[in-house]
Design a protein around this ligand. Structure first.
Ligand SMILES: [Zn+2]
Length: 108
């Protein structure tokens, strides 16, 4: 019953950010050249008990996805950026400022 809500809290890494709908958690952001590699988890829509580890390398300058990886069946079967990859990117873009403020706070 409380499973749905607690799903993201079972992640071992402490997420940097959890989306307001609690469907997406961002765990790490690493900059590589001009791109950013974002790692996190996205909840499955078809199976509320599934959480997919998702990685996306995003180019902020061109608002482009350079690389994506997800454990869902759709991605493994078709190899195209699936909705989870897009969702992780969207949550990052939406919270970009917030994440950078947090980042500065910890590195300085
Ligand atoms: Zn996926």
């Amino acid at each position: 019953m409380g499973d749905k809500r607690d799903l993201l809290e079972n992640i071992l890494e402490r997420p940097l950010l959890v989306s307001s709908d609690r469907d997406v958690a961002i765990c790490s952001i690493v900059s590589k050249g001009r791109g950013l590699t974002i790692n996190g988890y996205v909840k499955s829509e078809s199976n509320p008990n599934a959480l997919y580890p998702v990685e996306v390398t995003y180019l902020p300058a061109g608002k482009q996805i350079m690389f994506g990886n997800c454990q869902c069946e759709s991605y493994r079967y078709y190899g195209d950026p699936c909705k989870h990859i897009l969702k992780l990117r969207n949550v990052y873009v939406k919270n970009e400022k917030k994440l950078y403020t947090q980042d500065k706070g910890t590195t300085v």
